[in-house]
Design a protein around this ligand. Sequence first.
Ligand code: PLP
Length: 303
Amino acid sequence: MVLVFLDPAFPDGRPADASQPQLLVTDQGATRGDGIFETMLAVGGAVRKIQAHLDRLAGSAEALDLAIPGEEEWRRAITAAVSAHRSQHPPASAADDELVVKLVVTRGVEGASTPTSWVQVSPAGAAGRRQRETGIDVILLDRGYDSDVAERAPWLLLGAKTLSYAVNMAALRYARKQGADDVIFTSSDGRVLEGPTSTVLMAHVETSDGGTSVKRLITPQLDSGILPGTSQGALFAAAKAAGWELGYGPLEPQDLLDADAVWLISSVRMLAPVNRIDGTEIGTPSVKKELTAELNELFAGIQ
Ligand code: PLP
């Protein structure tokens, strides 16, 4: 792993040894999970959707009243970290050239007024790539909040990407104990929300009597207390340009069961087709395969 801290004394960031301790034990990221992060994918050394991630990081910072480094500082540190990783660990092949680039900001050490900010770069694991190809089995889990809570209780920080992911990770472990790969959270009022690390997408294909077909791509409505996905946003723009119709919930579990295809989408794993939800097969294999191939191609074209 390559690590670069953002530090006003170092214009391109301060490289640090990721195998050595780097944080103080009083850092509020460690003591309270108080901070924010972004996870991005670099392909061939280029970070995909970098502006969308920087914009979301700024939105998360605002929600937490965190004064974080400016966009240019992040861009310089990201460039330095990605190129250091590529020169220290040259990719074995073009197909292997995927790096996970994580931006992290904590509220800093107790009593200090500056946050702790860093970029870390590591190789993308094979697990995500495998799930893109094989698809995943998912279970529905109740998140315990209703779909209006984000607006009513902004201190819950539901639309921000905070470091407090213990609940999300617990949900994934729970799913794995049940023999599933992933989770789709539902609200206490029965709406489909998101995955612990992904956005839910579904598609319908309607063929008219004349034989023309309309493809519709649908995601849960963004104001239901979910994280706005940069992948969903970018894919929707590309799908619209390619003639798809778009829809934004509200969705209920039955809508997913009736869909022609369902995916979980995120920056690193990209589109993971959902094979089963709570044991029920989703869509028809041939339609799913065709839609997945088409969306994969659109998504791969995004910078
Ligand atoms: N929703 C949650 C809760 C996430 O943690 C993530 C990503 O990690 C996403 C959605 C997908 O976001 P993106 O497409 O920007 O990776």
